[in-house]
Design a protein around this ligand. Structure first.
Ligand SMILES: [Zn+2]
Length: 152
């Protein structure tokens, strides 16, 4: 049974027996790159915080494939210029033991306007790495932000 909560080695509960993955899209054409964040709906888990599109992995799915599948569920179809086959610019694994969350940083040339297809996505925005630190980020994303973007 894949779609269930698992208890990790740190004692917290996570959705998805195979771990989870998210994607940090970086519009790198600008000298001050912009990152796409999504606002979690108030009724969702850790609602009201800014996070990354992503979610639980399915059997046989790579972290990149799972993160992109979840991103399209939350944001609508992603534009063709998003790299789906290239290695990500960065990969960051938050390993809790028995469960992990992989964040993949993908360089895309230019920003695009998502359609916010899913009720869980209350809003979205493109922000600089430094500006993101002034926003109420999901605590796990806040912790990983320096490793993902170099902003501290
Ligand atoms: Zn945990």
């Amino acid at each position: 049974m894949i779609e269930r909560f698992v208890l990790c080695s740190r004692g917290c509960q996570h959705w998805g027996a195979l771990g989870a993955a998210g994607v940090l899209l970086r519009a790198a054409a600008d000298p001050d790159p912009r990152y796409l964040l999504v606002l979690r709906h108030p009724r969702s888990h850790q609602g009201g915080t800014w996070a990354l599109p992503g979610g639980a992995l399915l059997p046989g799915e790579s972290a990149l494939a799972g993160a992109l599948r979840e991103a399209e569920e939350e944001l609508g179809p992603l534009p063709a210029h998003i790299p789906r086959a290239h290695p990500p610019a960065r990969a960051y694994v938050d390993d809790h033991g028995q469960w992990s969350y992989t964040t993949l940083v993908l360089d895309i040339g230019t920003m695009f306007e998502p359609s916010a297809a899913n009720w869980e996505t209350a809003d979205w925005t493109w922000v600089s790495a430094r500006h993101a630190l002034t926003m109420p980020l999901l605590p796990a994303l806040r912790a990983a932000w320096p490793a993902l973007t170099d902003a501290v």
